[in-house]
Structure formats: C-alpha cells, structure tokens
Ligand binder design. Structure first.
Ligand SMILES: [Zn+2]
Ligand SMILES: [Zn+2]
Length: 239
C-alpha cells in the first residue's frame, strides 16, 4: 500500500496504481489533474512543430457545418473551429489564444482537399457523382476536377481525337440541349456512350483558329461533359 502511494507520487506512473489503497478518490483526482496538467504543460512547452505533429497524428473527426465553421470531435472534447477568422472554442485557444491543434487539423484538411474551405460546400459532380467542393453561392451543375472545364481549356474529343477549345459550360443536360439541327445532344449516335444527364460543354474546333479567326468567330458545338478530356489529363495519364 505504501509502495503504491509512493509510486503514485511519481508522475507518469500514478495511473498504473489508480485501483490501489483507500485513497481512491484522491488518486483519481490526482490522475485527472495529472493528465490535464500534462496536457497544459505539453501545450506550454510545445512549439509550432509539435502542435502540427499532434494535429496530424491525433484522432479527430472533423465535420464541415453549414455556417462556414467546422465541428472537431476528439477524445478530449468537441469544439467548433472557425477557420476563416482563426478561432476555436477549445480552452487552449480561448484562454491562451494559441493556434491550437484543432485549427491546425482543419487547415491541413482544407489544404489537402479533404474538406471544403469555409466559403465552399460539398456538392456532387453532375457527370460521375463524385463529391466536389463548390462555392457556397454556386448554382447550376457542378463538375469534379476531372469533368470540370472552364472557358479556354484545351480538350480532346474522345470520339474523333480532335482538339477543341472550351467556350462555356451550360446549365443544360445532354437530353435538353439542342443543336442547330434542333436535336438533343444525347440523340446523336456518337453521344450514345455518354450520359443523358450530363451537362453540355460548348467548344470550338482548335484547328481553324488563328489570328483572324478567334474562338468567338468559330462555330460552337455541344458535347456531353465526359466526352471531352482535358489535354493536361491526357498527358498526365501517359496513354
Ligand atoms: Zn482548439
Ligand atoms: Zn466527375
């Protein structure tokens, strides 16, 4: 008994003996104090690198909320992080004003693309259904990085191998968008392999373009989004 109390006095070993003698409650208290004391002394001593390491390694669950903030659930408590103003509801941040591990964790996840940024929300790609982050205010169809195009992007037509320049992403699906002939895009045999639900991308053929014949002068064609592949993607894939 005496030995176990002695052992309790040694920091770090107390926990092994919490079921010891009649001083259970004080031991429990002291072990609680020990662990929180350990936490805060770690916080006092640790530098930015330590905090970043803890932010990366410790088990935390992060959910983006609807109001630009994030819920961070840890073994030690549940906190609210506002990344854009740099605040967290945990004591470390509220009392010390430190850039705590919760803030760091959220910042890392956003940088890595695992979570939407504060001014983004989760949506799904209109072509493949994969989750994609879009601006909070975005409307119309959303496309993932693989299927998303912007005006001026060089793309390859999977059917003909021809190079085109994207002029716009429409709000219309392939079964709604009509060509100059008045036919929906999805009814063309060359589009049979692509989804009727896909948004139509407008593009012009690159070949006739030149100093006197710009993108705006060229005839536009509508394509189901997944029929076009970014030229960069093609190069990266290597085949
Ligand atoms: Zn925090
Ligand atoms: Zn997609």
């Amino acid at each position: 008994m005496t030995r176990s109390r002695d052992a309790c006095a040694q920091p770090g070993r107390g926990r092994l003996y919490t079921d010891g003698s009649g001083t259970d409650s004080s031991e429990t208290d002291s072990s609680e104090t020990d662990s929180s004391g350990t936490d805060s002394s770690e916080t006092d001593d640790e530098n930015d690198e330590d905090r970043s390491r803890r932010a990366r390694r410790e088990s935390m669950t992060v959910f983006p909320l609807r109001d630009r903030r994030y819920l961070v659930d840890t073994a030690g408590g549940t906190y609210i992080v506002a990344l854009d103003v740099g605040t967290c509801s945990c004591p470390n941040h509220e009392i010390r004003g430190s850039r705590c591990k919760h803030l760091r964790r959220v910042a890392m996840a956003v940088t890595e693309g695992a979570l939407p940024a504060p001014d983004e929300r989760v949506s799904v790609c209109a072509v493949c259904g994969v989750e994609t982050f879009v601006p909070l205010t975005a409307s119309g169809p959303h496309l993932c990085a693989r299927h998303g195009f912007a005006r001026g992007d060089a793309v390859r037509d999977r059917e003909t191998g021809e190079t085109l320049i994207v002029t716009g992403v429409t709000d219309e699906r392939a079964d709604e968008y009509r060509t100059d002939e008045g036919r929906p895009v999805d009814e063309y045999p060359t589009n049979a392999e692509y989804g009727a639900h896909e948004p139509v991308i407008e593009a012009v053929y690159a070949e006739p373009l030149g100093p006197t014949h710009g993108v705006d002068d060229a005839r536009r064609y509508g394509f189901p989004a997944s029929r076009l592949v970014s030229i960069e993607t093609t190069v990266e894939t290597g085949t």
